[in-house]
Design a protein around this ligand. Structure first.
Ligand SMILES: Cc1ncc(COP(=O)(O)O)c(C=O)c1O
Length: 429
């Protein structure tokens, strides 16, 4: 790969923006300057083409620049955009669809990012319960704001300890967020008891995809629901990744567990900025979009026609085309293919995944929480990914990151990827 232009442009980027990127963890090696994207592929300024499994951290369930979505967006913005007053026809249409599909969604409100959605959900839970504290799980990510930005990809010696994600966070926000171990109901109950009657909500990624793919054990999510009822807290499913990607009704539909509140984003609009908070009418009506509501909800760009139209188009595709059948089938093929390669080469690794999402942990058992991931060889995880990038397969070159398959990926891309993986693994082992 000739990196001259990528290198030069990256230098220029850093002159004008700190680090040359607009989200912290985009700064990885190799640093590529992307100029084109279509379907399952993305291309850098030097014309190197990659099969994309990074999928911008998950929004691309249909594929890049998906014509049905783009066409709906351009048709829609030819007649409408943003008003800052009243309601648009397409907001009504989209709200109806979300309430039709997502079990916990009796009512829904739109915003622009997953972080906004989790912020609003937590504020609402505090107002409803009149309590201050929040429980999150070690390794889970719910956005960049002070309520949740702690104990994400913690250093191993910080697991479960006080680990704010940033300087400048308010101590009060950090310390009112308690950290529990995923798949450990006893730890959650002990924490609820220790913080007697102070916990407003438990927020959880029903599958913690921010550390790859750790599946909830049988009874864990239903157990959280029971604990929330027992201790008077609200259950928030953060389905920013799992929503729409695993099922049009979110992972809650698959699991058969209905949380009090749900946050949505990413695959909801196939790459366009769009997010939502949904939940029980009794709670949602507390937002001051409802006359008399006492929980503030606002945003200049909320319900913008671009994201709203993109979301409508994405949901129409999910309703009318075998998107989930396709991406689940390819996900299964990918996992099976990787396991076969491991068997042939005698590699003791764990292939994790659900539906269209997968990752290989270089460890020899199924992890059930963040702590278990200490057994994953992180250095190898990143080296493997970098070598795949050299072969035109783009997976985020960072430890514990997951991969995504879209409706635009075909058996051909899976074959090419498996072949490249086999070559790289032969080299590495
Ligand atoms: C589960 C989850 N929640 C919330 C967020 C925050 O979403 P956004 O980056 O759109 O603010 C993310 C982002 O990766 C996420 O993965």
């Amino acid at each position: 790969m000739n990196k001259a232009s990528n290198v030069e442009l990256y230098k220029e980027a850093t002159a004008y923006s700190p680090g040359g990127v607009h989200t912290s963890i985009r700064n990885v090696d190799p640093h590529l300057i992307f100029t084109k994207a279509e379907g399952a592929y993305m291309e850098d300024v030097e014309g190197n083409r990659f099969i994309d499994y990074q999928a911008a951290f998950g929004p691309f369930i249909l594929g890049h620049n998906y014509p049905y979505v783009n066409n709906k967006v351009t048709e829609t913005i030819a007649r409408t955009d943003l008003f800052g007053v009243g309601t648009t026809d397409i907001e009504i249409e989209l709200a109806k669809k979300i309430c039709q599909h997502v079990p916990s969604s009796e009512q829904v409100l739109f915003c622009n990012s997953g972080s906004e959605a989790t912020y609003h959900a937590i504020r609402l839970a505090r107002a409803v319960t009149e309590k201050r504290k929040l429980i999150k799980f070690q390794g889970c990510y719910h956005g960049w704001h002070d309520y949740v930005a702690r104990n994400m990809l913690s250093d191993w010696d910080k697991i479960g300890k006080r680990d704010p994600g940033s300087n400048g966070m308010l101590d009060e926000a950090v310390d009112n967020t308690l950290v529990c171990t995923f798949n450990d109901l006893q730890h959650v109950e002990e924490t609820l008891i220790e913080n007697n009657d102070e916990v407003a909500a438990i927020i959880v990624e029903p599958i913690p995809h921010n550390i790859g793919c750790i599946l909830p054990e049988d009874g864990f999510l239903s157990g959280l629901k029971e604990l929330c009822s027992k201790y008077g807290a609200l259950l928030i499913f953060d389905e920013v990744i799992t929503g729409f990607r695993h099922d049009i009704g979110g992972f809650q539909k698959i699991a058969g567990i209905t949380p009090d509140l749900t946050t949505l984003g990413k695959a909801m609009a196939n790459g366009y900025p769009m997010a939502a908070i949904a939940g029980k009418r009794e709670y949602m009506s507390r937002f001051n979009t409802n006359p008399g509501g006492d929980v503030w909800f606002a945003g200049t760009y909320n319900g913008h026609a671009v994201g709203t139209a993109a979301s409508l188009a994405t949901i129409e595709m999910l309703e009318n085309e075998p998107v989930h059948d396709h991406i689940f089938r390819l996900g299964d093929r990918m996992r099976k293919g990787i396991k076969e390669i491991h068997e042939v080469l005698g590699i003791d690794a764990f292939v994790a995944g659900f539906g269209s999402v997968w990752t290989t942990y270089f460890m020899n058992f199924r992890p059930k929480n963040y702590s278990d991931l200490q057994h994953n060889d992180g250095e190898l995880y990143v080296r493997y990914r970098k070598k795949l990038i050299e072969k035109g397969i783009f997976k985020m070159p960072m430890n514990m990151k997951r991969n995504h398959i879209s409706f635009s990926h075909t058996d051909r891309e899976i074959d090419v990827t498996l072949e490249a993986m086999e070559d790289v693994l032969r080299e590495l082992f």
